[in-house]
Design a protein around this ligand. Structure first.
Ligand code: AMP
Ligand code: GLY
Length: 427
């Protein structure tokens, strides 16, 4: 079977790396393509030029190359309905329809779905005008959680400490700071607790748990400084005990899959549930309709099962035929090496020498790199995801940082404390 992966980041490098080990590719002569990919992926896939917004071109490529599975990495093409265009052309695709991808594409869609399905989440008000939003503030207590409704590249959430800041943030949102994403806003109750991520695969009916992770969103050590797309992650998140995973499935994930099926938009692909572990139990913070980045990198390091088999079963509605997915007991950790300036304007073009970073079994996933002639250079905010495993978080951390220190990337930086919370718990 030939497989096409769409995307260009560390998440897609990790997916390609794992898919290349699948029997379909490694044993049965299938070909793995990635569009547009990045230099790191050239080790395991053929890089092709394809514009994911040109659905007809993607469909034509699939016909031309006899693609038996398309894996859509990022959220934007999913929210844009690429999966629907492929399905209409009978191409098996791992990823939700445009309708189901609203789980990530619209905060209000998800909150309303939670209401219909009785899923525990923060109370909220959906606002379609600045006046309405300002009036609604009085029904909440600080800190105020304000969310642009649409996709805003992970930047559409503001937690305002007081009412003045909340008003300013609302003015920004309705004033167009996040483009059309902010034309509608959701104001939420603040939930206190620890956050963790839970992943599940589904074909719209059957659900298979697919691992847990925690990431570090702030740019600086000690969880300080501005938010980023994630500076590092580890899996499993041991704070999600078996009991909490069972609660998450029963109260959040199963009801979601059931509700979307009932609403005529069965969900196919990976459900990434952002969870808050509150005193009142597990609550949903948000859904993403794709793997986390860099959470995917640590999941793939631990995955023992054949990834293509599971993705194809999601695409074909045959997940019920597969056993539970297997993950190594080991902890995996990824440390993001970012370009100076990130999450503001990152310095581009900085030289990278990976040297022998992978010598001890670590894996360097490329997130934002390109070739400048023969030389590898930085080409984005998050540049490399240096990933390693160990018997516990401490050992995984030691291995990951050994590999980080082997990389020569003078115009980059990284956090020194990925995994601190878990290591504190391990004692
Ligand atoms: P989201 O994009 O919805 O995940 O929000 C981004 C981040 O904002 C989350 O990872 C949380 O840290 C925080 N957040 C979002 N909603 C809430 C909430 N209702 N209460 C507390 N923190 C929240
Ligand atoms: N690392 C957070 C995300 O992928 O949304």
């Amino acid at each position: 079977m030939n497989i096409l992966v769409l995307g260009s980041g560390g998440r897609e490098h990790a997916l390609c790396w794992k898919l290349a080990q699948s029997a379909a590719i490694a044993e049965h002569g299938g070909k793995l393509y990635v569009a547009p990919g990045n230099p790191g992926m050239a080790e395991c896939a053929e890089l092709v030029t394809l514009d994911a917004t040109d659905h007809a071109a993607v469909v034509a490529f699939c016909a031309d190359k006899a693609i038996g599975l398309v894996v859509i990495g990022p959220e934007a093409p999913l929210v844009d309905g690429l999966a629907d265009s492929l399905r209409a052309a009978d191409v098996p695709v791992f990823g939700p329809s445009k309708a189901a991808a609203q789980l990530e594409g619209s905060k209000n869609f998800t909150k309303a779905m939670c209401d219909r399905a009785g899923i525990p989440t923060a109370g909220y008000v959906h606002c379609t005008s600045l006046e309405q939003a300002k009036d609604a503030l009085s029904t909440f207590a600080p800190p105020f959680v304000l969310k642009a409704d649409g996709l805003a590249a992970g930047k559409g959430v503001v937690i305002a400490e007081n009412e003045d800041h909340a008003r300013e943030a609302l003015e920004d949102m309705f004033g167009g700071k996040f483009g059309s994403a902010g034309a509608e806003v959701v104001i939420e109750e603040f939930m206190a607790g620890e956050e963790a991520s839970f992943f599940a695969l589904t074909d719209g009916e059957t659900v298979i748990p697919f691992g847990t992770a925690q990431d570090h969103k702030r740019v600086g050590d000690g969880d300080t400084g501005p938010n980023t797309g994630g500076m590092g992650a580890y899996s499993p998140a041991r704070v999600l005990t078996d009991a909490l995973v069972a609660e998450t499935l029963e109260r959040i994930v199963f009801p979601t899959v059931r509700q979307l099926r009932k609403d005529g938009m069965p969900y196919v692909g990976v459900l990434y549930a952002g969870l808050m572990l509150t005193d009142e139990g597990v609550k949903l913070v948000e859904y993403n309709c794709r793997f986390g980045d860099p959470e995917c990198q640590v999941l793939m390091m631990r995955l023992q099962s054949d990834l293509a088999d599971y993705m194809l079963a999601c695409a074909k509605g045959t997940l019920t035929d597969l056993p539970p997915a297997e993950f190594a007991e080991d902890t995996a950790m990824t440390v993001v090496m970012a370009a100076n300036g990130y999450p503001g304007t990152p310095e581009k073009g900085g030289a990278i020498d990976l040297r022998d970073a992978e010598a001890d079994g670590a894996k360097v996933f490329h997130a934002g790199t390109r070739m400048d002639g023969e030389k590898l250079v930085a080409n984005g905010g998050r540049v490399l995801n240096v990933t390693a495993t160990g018997t516990d978080t401490k050992a995984a951390q030691a291995a990951a940082y050994r590999a980080v220190k082997a990389v020569d990337f003078p115009s980059g930086f990284y956090r020194n404390d990925i995994g601190w919370r878990e290591i504190e718990r391990e004692g």
